[in-house]
Structure formats: structure tokens, C-alpha cells
Design a protein around this ligand. Structure first.
Ligand code: PHE
Length: 453
């Protein structure tokens, strides 16, 4: 297949917005603020930024080097650089990981879309118990969440089939600025509440007494997930970068935007929650049970504002989820397209149908169909657990070793310096990080997750 008919991102801003869109996802909104609050506020943010700069960026760069060098889907990109050695299986693992994430991430993204609709029709009202019951009965319903998943899949599908520049890039250029506008509007609404400063203080007041060894592992795990490392997304998107895209600068900008969204989300959630005296939690219950209650109590006295705030918030979540969802969809689409030599449209069709089936099974496993289990977990929890705790660390670990020890140094320095046209003074630091520091730390996180240390 010709390189040119794969498509390339057309503009620098397109590269940044599309790739940052892949990275900015639900993790930024429903996990980062909570983990920050739990782990010493600004002290954690500092450690997080260090983890992103020293470790996250290095692994991002590894994936970008592989993708841009090969100009091919993730499996083929690793295969090209592996020269017949088993390293190619890391590429296949990346594709598999994204294909497994596709199902359950689609289900959650479908929930966010449903809540956009409910907030539009003014249906998000009640007491904490009502919100909880509404959410529980919605997610365990046999059909409704699957229809929302299909709707979300339809949106992603329509964007993907238009191609890299006309589809993914154009959509990101609309969705990402909108995401920032929504975040800023929501942040201002939150900060104007009485006692909002309590939330700002909680988020930003450094409390070094809460920092332990575990804090570093939390920060590193969150950084890797948030930057979409080892899911094939970065490698796939980098395969659409042109020869003059500066990898290090782009990685820095993408990581910067991702961190900014995470911090701004904290400035939406904590001031609003603490202003009405509610302690925020994390995950789906934060988004679908706790926050509707916070919005109701904080903004309920002016119904129009409550309406606007909850609609904007769920729209923000849907955009964050959709851009990430597109990036994992594209990993499988480009894989099928290039390996089966089929048209992008057909590849996308197969992936969309597969995603709906897998998502439907995940969704059903949370309702009456409680026989849909694997290793004692329902399918939804199993895929979440398996990808986050097994696939991602294994993929990231071997990617570092691959670039650090196996791939030809010349390829790496060419990719980092755009064939000698720009300076790459950090090359030695990068090599040191991916050879020694990153693999050791990823291994420690892996052991920590399984309770070994
Ligand atoms: N970085 C994403 C997030 O924060 C993680 C992700 C990307 C998950 C793509 C799934 C698909 O949510």
C-alpha cells in the first residue's frame, strides 16, 4: 500500500489537537481531580508533572518514533522495526489492547451521551437517592445503554470514514476548542459559588505529609493512562505525522494540554462540591451520581444556570470521551485496512460493528445477565481491569526496551532531529530514560498493582 493514500494530518495545530483529543478523556475528568485531592493537592500535581515530563514524555516519544518512522498501523510499525524478531508482538498487543478497550469505553461514552440528552430535556433532578437509582436502573437496562452506545459509535464512525485529515483532524479542530470553552465556562461558574475557595485550596494547597512512595506510583499510573500510552493510539496517530512534525515539541504540547484539562477539571469539580459540603469521589459514581447532586444544590436556586451547567458538563464529557474513542477506533481501523487491504470504509464498518457487539456484552454483563463474567468479574470490569493492569504496563515496558536496546540508534536520532534539520539535545537523556529508568519504574508499578510490593 502506498504511504500517501494512508493520509496525513494537514496542519501542525491539527496534529496537536487530534492527538491531544486522543489523550484527553474521561480519565482527566473523573480520576485526576480525585487522586490529586487524596494525595496532597499541589504536592501531587508537582509529582504528576514530574512524572509526565521525565517518564510519560519518554514513552510517548518511543511510540511516536515507531509510528512516524514506519508510517503504518501499530502492528505493522513494530513489525517493520523488529526485523523479523518477536518484538513485533508488542505492536499486536497494542492493537489488541485498544480493541478490548473499545467495548467498555464505548459503553461509558454512551452513558455520557445519554446524560447530555437528559440534561437537555431537564430530566436530571432529584435527591441523591434518586440520582443513584436513576443511574443504576439506566446502566442495568438491557437495551437503552446499548442504543446510546450505538449512537456514539455512529458519530465516531461518521468521522473516521471521512479519513485522517477530513475526518479526524477537522472534527478535532472543532471539538477541542469547544471542550476548552466549556471547561472555562464551567470553571467560572464553579469559582463564583460561595466558599469556592475551599475547593481551590483543597486542590492546590500542597500537603507534603500525604506524599508517600505510593503517591509516586499513583502519579505515574495516572500519567500513563491519561497520556494514552501503550494503547496503540499515539503510534497510529504519529504514523499520520508529516516529516517536518517535531516529535519532542509535539509530545510536550500534547502532554501540556492533557495536564491542563485535568487541572481545569479539578477547578470545576472541587469548588462546586466543597461549596455545598460534598466530598467528591471518583469514577462513574462521581460523574453520574455525585455531581448531579452537587449541581442541583449549588445552582438549583437559579434553574436556568443549573440547566446550562449540567448540559455543558455532560457535553464536555461526551466530547472528551468521543475524541478518545475515535483514537482507539482508528487503531483497529487502520490495522484492518492495511492488513486486509480493504477500503477504510469497510474497515471502519467492521470495527464499529465489533465495538457495538463487545460493548453490548459489557453493558449486559452489568444488568440481569450476570452469567456474562470472566475470572469472577463482569465483562465490563474484567476488560477495564485487564487492559489497565496487564496490557498497558506490559506494552509500555517492552516498548521502552525495544526503543532503548534494540532499534537502530540512527533511526532514533533521525526521528528526533528530523533528519538533522533541528537540534535534539535531549537525545542522551531520552536514551537513558527508556533504557533504564522507565522500564524499572513500570515494572515496579506492575508489581504494586498486584500487591507484590
Ligand atoms: N487518555 C484517556 C483518558 O484519559 C485514556 C483512553 C484513551 C482510554 C483512549 C480509552 C481510549 O481517558
Amino acid at each position: 500500500m502506498e504511504k500517501s493514500d494512508r493520509g496525513l494530518f494537514g496542519t501542525k495545530i491539527g496534529v496537536i489537537l487530534a492527538t491531544a483529543g486522543g489523550a484527553v478523556g474521561l480519565g482527566n475528568v473523573w480520576r485526576f481531580p480525585f487522586v490529586t485531592g487524596q494525595n496532597g493537592g499541589a504536592a501531587f500535581i508537582l509529582i504528576y508533572i514530574l512524572c509526565v515530563l521525565l517518564l510519560g514524555l519518554s514513552v510517548m516519544l518511543c511510540e511516536m518514533i515507531i509510528g512516524r518512522h514506519a508510517h503504518a498501523n501499530t502492528a505493522r510499525a513494530y513489525t517493520i522495526l523488529a526485523n523479523g524478531k518477536p518484538w513485533k508482538w508488542i505492536g499486536y498487543l497494542g492493537v489488541l489492547t485498544s480493541a478490548l478497550i473499545l467495548g467498555y469505553y464505548g459503553v461509558v461514552s454512551g452513558w455520557t451521551l445519554q446524560y447530555v440528552f437528559s440534561s437537555l430535556t431537564g430530566h436530571i433532578h432529584g435527591t441523591p437517592e434518586v440520582f443513584k437509582d436513576q443511574f443504576q436502573s439506566f446502566i442495568s437496562h438491557p437495551i437503552e445503554p446499548i442504543l446510546w452506545l450505538a449512537a456514539l459509535m455512529g458519530m465516531a464512525h461518521l468521522i473516521i470514514v471521512r479519513g485522517v485529515e477530513e475526518g479526524i483532524e477537522k472534527a478535532s479542530k472543532i471539538m477541542m476548542p469547544l471542550l476548552f470553552i466549556l471547561l472555562i465556562v464551567l470553571m467560572c461558574s464553579s469559582l463564583m459559588l460561595p466558599n469556592a475557595m475551599k475547593g481551590v485550596e483543597f486542590l492546590f494547597k500542597p500537603d507534603f505529609s500525604k506524599v508517600t512512595g505510593k503517591t509516586f506510583l499513583e502519579a505515574l499510573g495516572q500519567a500513563f493512562f491519561s497520556l494514552s500510552i501503550a494503547m496503540g493510539c499515539l503510534c497510529t496517530y504519529a504514523s499520520y505525522f508529516s516529516k517536518d512534525t517535531r516529535l519532542t515539541t509535539s509530545a510536550l504540547q500534547i502532554a501540556g494540554l492533557d495536564t491542563l484539562v485535568a487541572i481545569l477539571s479539578g477547578l470545576v469539580i472541587f469548588p462546586a462540591a466543597l461549596s455545598v459540603g460534598i466530598q467528591p469521589d471518583s469514577g462513574p459514581s462521581l460523574i453520574f451520581i455525585t455531581l448531579p447532586n452537587v449541581f442541583e444544590q449549588a445552582f438549583g436556586s437559579v434553574p436556568v444556570i443549573e440547566y446550562i451547567v449540567s448540559f455543558s458538563f455532560y457535553l464536555l464529557l461526551t466530547i472528551a470521551a468521543l475524541t478518545s474513542f475515535i483514537s482507539i477506533h482508528e487503531v483497529s481501523t487502520s490495522f484492518l485496512r492495511e492488513e486486509l487491504h480493504i477500503h477504510r470504509k469497510n474497515a471502519a464498518r467492521i470495527v464499529s460493528c465489533y465495538g457495538i457487539i463487545l460493548g453490548a456484552l459489557c453493558s449486559l454483563s452489568m444488568g440481569e445477565r450476570n452469567w456474562l463474567t470472566l475470572f469472577g468479574m463482569n465483562l465490563f470490569d474484567f476488560f477495564d481491569w485487564f487492559t489497565a493492569n496487564c496490557c498497558l504496563p506490559i506494552g509500555a515496558f517492552f516498548t521502552c526496551l525495544f526503543i532503548g536496546w534494540y532499534v537502530d540508534r540512527k533511526i532514533i536520532s533521525d526521528e528526533m532531529s528530523n533528519w538533522g534539520t533541528i537540534k535534539a539535545p535531549h537525545l542522551h537523556v531520552f536514551t537513558f530514560m527508556v533504557r533504564f529508568v522507565c522500564p524499572v519504574l513500570i515494572f515496579i508499578i506492575f508489581l504494586h498493582q498486584f500487591g507484590v510490593i
